[in-house]
Design a protein around this ligand. Structure first.
Ligand code: CA
Length: 463
C-alpha cells in the first residue's frame, strides 16, 4: 500500500492505537478529563542553530527548560526544516506541504518593500484551520511572517486570537518602534522585553482556554537579531567576556525562561499529561551575526548545507510518548502538521508531504518516515536519501556527502560515487518538476525582486 493511502486509512485509528497509555506512564491528572482531546502547544524559536541547547551539547548557556522537553519526551537528531530562512519554513510548517508547491519559496522583505503577492496563498489549509474544525480554540502569539495584508492575518487563517507582529524581525524593546505589536488587528504599546511579553500572553491564553482543547502557536522571534537582551539576563551571564556572546546568552536565557513559564502553567493546570508540546527552530543559526551555533554542522542560515536546515526539534507528550527517547531518522518540520492533526483525532488529507510521526517515535512503525527529503531555495537545492545528501549551493557542481560518516559535510564524494550522484539528481529532478514558480522574490536594496537569490555568502540580519 502506498504510504499516503496507508496514513490516510490509519489516521483515524491513531487515537485507538495509542491508547491505553504506555506502560509506566502516569495516568491523566485532574483537569484533563478522560477522553478529552490533547492540547497542542507548538513553540517555534527563530534562528536557533542545531547546537543551541544543553541537550545538543551547548556548554556556556544553560537551557534547562528547553532540555526538559528532551528529558521528558523525544529529541530528534536528524530534524530538518523545509527552507533555510524564516517565512518559507513557516509556510511549510503551517500547511504540512513543501511550500514551493504553492510558490512560497522566498522571504518577502519588509512590509514596505514586499511584493504585492506576498502571503501564504489562500488556497492552502493551515494547521489552525484543521484544528478549528476539530473543535479546538486556537491562539497565535509572536512572529507571523506569512502575510501583511488583511486577508493573510492569523485570525483569517484559523486562529481565534493573535498577539504579535506580522513581519520577519522585531526589536525586543519596542518603545518607539514603527513596526507595531498587534493584539488582534489593533496596535498596542508593549513595555516588556518582547520574549517576556510573548510568554505573558501565552500564559494568559492558557489561563483563559484551559477548560477545553486548545492549540497555542507560540512563535518567538528569539534568538533572531537584533542583539538585545534585558539587564536581568545580561547579569546572569556576566562571566562571558565576548559582549556579542553575552547578549546572545541573555536572549537565549530569556527564551528558555519563557518556555519554563509555559511548562509551569501547564503543570499547574494539571494539563501536562494531556498536552502535546513541540519545540522547533525555523532555520539554522546565522553564526556571524548572532553567535547562534550550528556545530558540528557546516553552513549557516540561508544555505542548504546542514547548518542552515538541520535544527533542534523536541516533542513531549507525557501521557503518550516515551521519555528520554532519541530519534535519529530524518524527519522534517512538514511532519508537525499531520502529527498534530493525527493526535487530535483528525483525518489526514492526501496532499500533505509531511507524515504522522507518532507511530514512529512510539516504535509501532519501524520504517523510515521519508524515502527522501528535498530542498529548493532559488539556485540552491538539495536532497537527502538515507545517509546520502546531494547539495548544490553555489555556481560549482553539486556536491555529494555521506552524512552518517561525515556530518560536517567536509568530504565531497561526487567524483567517488558518480552513480549515487546521478541517482539523487534524477530523484531531485522528479520532485522539482512538481513545483510551482516562486510567487514573489525578496526585494533587493533598490526594491526590485530577486528571484535568483540562491547563493548567499553572508547571513542576513533582517530576515
Ligand atoms: Ca528564522
Amino acid at each position: 500500500m502506498k504510504r499516503r493511502a496507508f496514513l490516510r486509512d490509519t489516521a483515524g485509528l491513531l487515537g485507538a492505537s495509542l491508547a491505553p497509555s504506555l506502560p509506566g506512564v502516569a495516568p491523566q491528572q485532574p483537569g484533563s478529563p478522560p477522553g478529552r482531546k490533547p492540547n497542542i502547544v507548538l513553540i517555534v524559536a527563530d534562528d536557533l542553530g542545531y547546537a543551541n541547547m544543553g541537550s545538543q551539547g551547548l556548554k556556556d548557556i544553560p537551557t534547562p527548560h528547553i532540555d526538559s522537553l528532551a528529558k521528558n519526551g523525544v529529541r530528534f537528531t536528524n530534524a530538518y526544516v523545509s527552507c533555510p530562512v524564516c517565512s518559507p519554513t513557516r509556510a511549510g510548517l503551517m500547511t504540512g506541504r513543501y511550500q514551493q508547491r504553492f510558490g512560497h519559496e522566498f522571504n518577502p522583505g519588509p512590509a514596505e518593500q514586499a511584493d504585492g503577492n506576498f502571503g501564504l496563498p489562500l488556497s492552502e489549509v493551515t494547521l489552525a484551520d484543521r484544528l478549528k474544525t476539530l473543535g479546538y480554540s486556537t491562539g497565535a502569539v509572536g512572529k507571523w511572517h506569512l502575510g501583511y495584508r488583511p486577508e493573510f492575518h492569523p485570525q483569517k487563517r484559523g486562529f481565534d486570537e493573535f498577539f504579535g507582529f506580522l513581519g520577519g524581525a522585531h526589536p525586543y524593546f519596542t518603545a518607539g518602534s514603527g513596526n507595531p505589536i498587534l493584539r488582534g488587528v489593533e496596535p498596542v504599546e508593549e513595555k516588556e522585553y518582547l520574549t517576556e511579553a510573548f510568554a505573558r500572553e501565552a500564559g494568559s491564553f492558557l489561563d483563559r482556554r484551559k477548560n477545553s482543547p486548545f492549540f497555542l502557536y507560540l512563535a518567538f522571534n528569539a534568538v533572531h537579531a537584533p542583539m538585545q537582551a534585558p539587564e536581568r539576563q545580561l547579569a546572569r551571564f556576566a562571566t562571558l567576556a565576548d559582549p556579542q556572546r553575552r547578549t546572545y546568552a541573555g536572549m537565549l536565557g530569556a527564551l528558555d525562561d519563557a518556555v519554563g513559564l509555559v511548562l509551569a502553567k501547564l503543570r499547574q493546570a494539571g494539563l501536562e499529561q494531556n498536552t502535546l508540546i513541540l519545540f522547533v527552530s525555523d532555520n539554522g543559526g546565522p553564526t556571524r551575526v548572532t553567535t547562534s551555533r550550528n556545530d558540528p554542522l557546516d553552513g549557516y542560515k540561508g544555505q542548504v548545507l546542514e547548518g542552515g536546515i538541520r535544527v533542534p526539534f523536541l516533542m513531549q507528550w507525557r501521557g503518550r510518548l516515551p521519555a528520554g527517547r532519541v530519534y535519529d531518522r530524518p524527519v522534517i518540520a512538514l511532519d508537525i502538521h499531520p502529527t498534530v492533526v493525527a493526535a487530535a483525532g483528525g483525518t489526514l488529507p492526501a496532499n500533505l508531504d509531511g507524515v504522522n510521526l507518532l507511530p514512529h517515535v512510539t516504535g509501532d512503525q519501524q520504517d523510515e518516515p521519508h524515502q527522501a527529503l528535498y530542498w529548493r531555495f532559488g539556485a540552491q537545492y538539495a536532497i537527502r536519501q538515507g545517509d546520502w545528501k546531494l547539495a548544490k549551493i553555489a555556481e560549482e557542481p553539486p556536491r555529494l556527502y555521506n552524512l552518517a560518516r561525515d556530518i560536517g559535510e567536509s568530504k565531497d564524494l561526487a567524483a567517488v560515487h558518480p552513480d549515487k550522484l546521478r541517482e539523487l539528481e534524477a530523484a531531485y529532478s522528479t520532485w522539482n518538476r512538481q513545483l510551482a514558480a516562486p510567487r514573489w522574490g525578496r526585494p533587493d536594496r533598490r526594491g526590485q525582486p530577486r528571484l535568483q537569490q540562491g547563493v548567499q555568502k553572508r547571513a542576513r540580519e533582517l530576515e
